[in-house]
Ligand binder design. Structure first.
Ligand SMILES: C[S@@+](CC[C@H](N)C(=O)[O-])C[C@H]1O[C@@H](n2cnc3c(N)ncnc32)[C@H](O)[C@@H]1O
Length: 284
């Protein structure tokens, strides 16, 4: 056996050439642009790379890699497709009702407080938080940090412009979340688009933050990191949770997506469960 050959006891071959090429593509992206998808789940990366191939008419990940390495603008175009950014306002209405009933009364006891939306995507989550705070008379006591790894999503979030056809589901969620008025009071409509009232973002700071490579962000009384960990393998989930746990103020709340949990992480003992179904935790 040549000296450089991998030990057959530990060597795990990729099952398909697609798997090998996908890995080469992701390593190329990491080496050239610093975005590290190594610890995203294999199934989600397979799906996303396949979707990019379909959209760009390239046949294999290797062909894609060649273009990615040669053209930054092409990479900028495909990055949002590798990062799933689907979202809704008041996504899981019952979760936001829980925030209104369980978290808002605690926030009301502070003269000022900080909220961090990590992996805020195109901004639906942070507009929902701002509306909730406005309705509870708390928006002017709050500083909101909205972060994501995808600069394009952050630009959309700042603009606050969304397709009007998404408002049906957003309005349904808002009602389910216990909204106090009508969602359409917070936006204006024009030519099939809606524009959110800019005043809602008066205390929001948008910023790039990568849960794979960056560190503790800001001490916050409430952190939402919803539908992000689901794309990470266990090691990366633990890394992200260490950042979230490290950023949470004592007694602060952490809201995850309905398929995500702190339970199997090394940080489980640092949280108590406020609501199991809607994955709301409180730091102890
Ligand atoms: C499905 S969206 C979720 C948006 C919103 N939190 C929600 O629940 O509707 C997932 C978001 O996670 C972001 N994301 C993926 N990897 C990330 C990372 N390493 N650091 C920060 N954000 C990341 C994506 O760019 C995307 O905006």
């Amino acid at each position: 056996m040549p000296a450089h050959k991998l030990d057959s006891a530990t060597f795990q071959p990729f099952e398909t050439d697609f798997g090998i090429e996908r890995e080469l593509l992701l390593q190329g992206i990491r080496l050239k642009y610093g975005y590290d998808f190594t610890n995203y789940t294999e199934s989600s990366m397979n799906r996303q790379v396949e979707a990019v191939l379909k959209k760009t008419n390239f046949k294999t990940p290797l062909e894609l890699l060649d273009r990615v390495l040669k053209q930054r603008t092409f990479f900028d175009q495909i990055l949002p497709q590798l990062l799933i950014s689907t979202s809704e306002m008041f996504r899981d209405g019952a979760f936001f009702r829980l925030l209104r009933n369980q978290v808002i009364p605690v926030l009301k006891t502070f003269p000022t407080f900080t909220i961090w939306s990590a992996g805020c995507g195109t901004g639906e989550e942070v507009y929902s938080l701002a509306i909730l705070l406005e309705e509870e008379g708390l928006l002017d006591r709050a500083t909101l940090f909205a972060t994501d790894v995808n600069p394009k999503s952050l630009r959309s979030a700042k603009d606050g412009i969304f397709p009007a056809d998404q408002m049906k589901v957003n309005t349904r969620n808002y009602v389910e979340a216990g909204g106090l008025t009508a969602l359409n009071r917070y936006y204006s409509s024009d030519y099939g688009l809606i524009k959110m009232n800019k005043e809602l973002m008066r205390n929001t700071v948008f910023s790039e933050h990568n849960l794979v490579t960056d560190h503790v962000f800001a001490e916050a009384q409430l952190i939402l990191c919803r539908n992000v960990l689901i794309y990470f393998n266990r090691a990366l989930q633990d890394r992200a949770l260490s950042i979230l746990a490290g950023s949470l103020a004592r007694g602060g709340f952490l809201g995850l997506g309905s398929h995500e949990s702190v339970r199997y992480s090394p940080f489980a003992s640092r949280f108590e469960v406020v609501d199991e179904k809607w994955r709301l935790f409180r730091g102890n």
